[in-house]
Design a protein around this ligand. Structure first.
Ligand code: RFL
Ligand code: PHB
Length: 393
């Protein structure tokens, strides 16, 4: 089989890239290891930055998001027995974020790709990418128990942290930067009204907590847990009790609980691979970088990579230009590292790393300082709503 752009992975990065290329007359094939149901059922992120919202509009997949998504102009941070609101709108000249689940983004994109006759192969894992340094790359994949080849001009490795694209890069050509955090997040999804209209990030002596949502009737909550913890150790009641203990009193009183729709544990990690391009193989999204979820940046970084990659590929086909492909890795990494920094910093300030009361007092003092200063509030707000994409043309 042959196509112009071979895309590995039907997560948000691969789907969005395929859709943007299609709208510009460029053909692609997506290879996905899992089933469609599995991909659509994975509960992950829920906060979209303005840049990603704009890109979904450009990709013509925003109707349902614009109808059902919730626009949020701020968040609360609770610490030391009190709660402070960070006003995004006021501190960023009118910016906000959109609450709309990654599951919904993925479903909207899959529907759009299929409606346009796009080729999405599910249960078709890529095994390796070959010949990407010498010209025409090939993706070796498996379908119906048989080994097959997809020959392309360019390959986009959008296959996440555990994918096949990154390991195909030549040994010695990559540099990896990594930090693993000594805790995880235990998350619950429930059909209960959210405890507050906006998200609440909580620094508590017992550990971090987060109140988030998917809609006015569906809540997503997290509590910091041990790395080796298991969902089997948690009943619904035990989760709600632990969350209530960490919330500020007004929120704890209002919390409405209910049975889990889903419960899972996610480890926290910062990871970057450099560069993000090897000849005609380009990495995008989680395949190239992972952030801890505290800043809600993972999904949004996948979208900003796709912003740069789509423009570079369009310039290549429409104008025979290779300069944007050459600048792709550098442009992405500048923004990636700023998000890595913010996610690390926000994680460090809000989680319990040890039992040292000195460290806890420092965290409270830092939060007190930041929320008491216009500069501090602005720094949180402008990073949280998302740093702008660079001009790339
Ligand atoms: P994805 O979404 O992981 O999609 C990659 C796709 O590639 C497929 N794949 C392969 N396909 C073919 N052949 C192979 N060899 C393949 N290997 C893998 C996978 O099945 C998958 O469908 O990456 P993408 O598109 O880059 O999107 C990135 C986002 O999904 C990710 O950054 C965020 O969801 C991260 N993340 C979170 N981010 C937030 O901002 N807030 C969150 O609350 C949040 N929670 C999470 C998360 C990531 C998690 N992971 C990766 C385990 C919770 C979890 C559990
Ligand atoms: C979520 O709703 O799942 C969510 C929101 C904000 C975060 C992380 C996760 O920082």
């Amino acid at each position: 089989m042959r196509t112009q752009v071979g895309i590995i992975g039907s997560g948000p990065a691969g789907l969005l890239l395929s859709q943007l290329l299609h709208l510009n007359g460029i053909e692609s094939v997506i290879l996905e290891r899992q089933t469609r149901e599995h991909v659509e059922g994975r509960i992950r992120a829920g906060v979209l930055e303005q840049g990603m919202v704009n890109l979904l509009r450009e990709a013509q997949v925003s109707d349902r998001m614009d109808r059902e998504g919730l626009v949020h102009d701020g968040i609360s941070i609770a610490f030391g027995g009190r709660r402070e609101r960070i006003d995004f709108y006021g501190h960023t000249g009118g910016k906000s974020v959109m609450i709309y689940g990654q599951t919904e983004v993925t479903t909207d994109l899959i529907n759009a790709r299929l409606a346009a006759g796009g080729i999405l192969k599910y249960e078709a894992p890529a095994l390796a990418v070959e010949d990407f340094l010498t010209g025409r790359p090939r993706i070796i994949y498996e379908e119906d128990g048989q080994k097959k080849e997809l020959v392309c001009d360019l390959v986009a490795g959008c296959d996440g942290y555990h994918g096949a694209a990154r390991p195909s890069a030549p040994a010695g050509a990559t540099q990896v930067f990594e930090k693993v955090y000594p805790f995880g997040w235990l998350g619950i999804l429930s059909d209960t009204p959210p405890v507050d209209e906006e998200l609440i990030y909580v620094n508590h002596e017992r550990g971090f907590a987060l109140c988030s949502m998917r809609s006015h009737t569906r809540s997503r909550y997290y509590v910091q847990c041990e790395l080796d913890d298991s969902v089997d150790n948690w009943t619904d009641d035990a989760f709600w009790d632990e969350l209530r203990r960490r919330l500020p009193p007004d929120a704890a009183e209002k919390l409405i609980t209910g049975p889990r729709l889903e419960m899972s544990i996610a480890p926290l990690r910062s990871f970057v691979v450099e560069p993000m391009r090897f000849g005609n193989l380009f990495l995008a999204g989680d395949a190239a970088h992972i952030v801890p979820p505290t800043g809600a940046k993972g999904l949004n970084l996948a979208a900003s990579d796709v912003f740069y990659l789509s423009r570079a590929i369009i310039a290549y086909y429409h104008e025979k230009r290779t300069d944007l492909l050459d600048r792709y890795s550098e442009a992405c990494l500048r923004r990636v590292w700023k998000a890595i920094r913010f996610s690390w910093w926000f994680t460090s300030m809000l989680h319990k790393f040890n039992d040292d009361p000195f460290d806890y007092r420092l965290q409270v003092a830092e939060l007190d300082y930041l929320t008491g200063s216009a500069a501090g509030r602005t720094t949180i707000a402008e990073n949280y709503v998302g740093l702008p994409f660079e001009t790339f043309e």
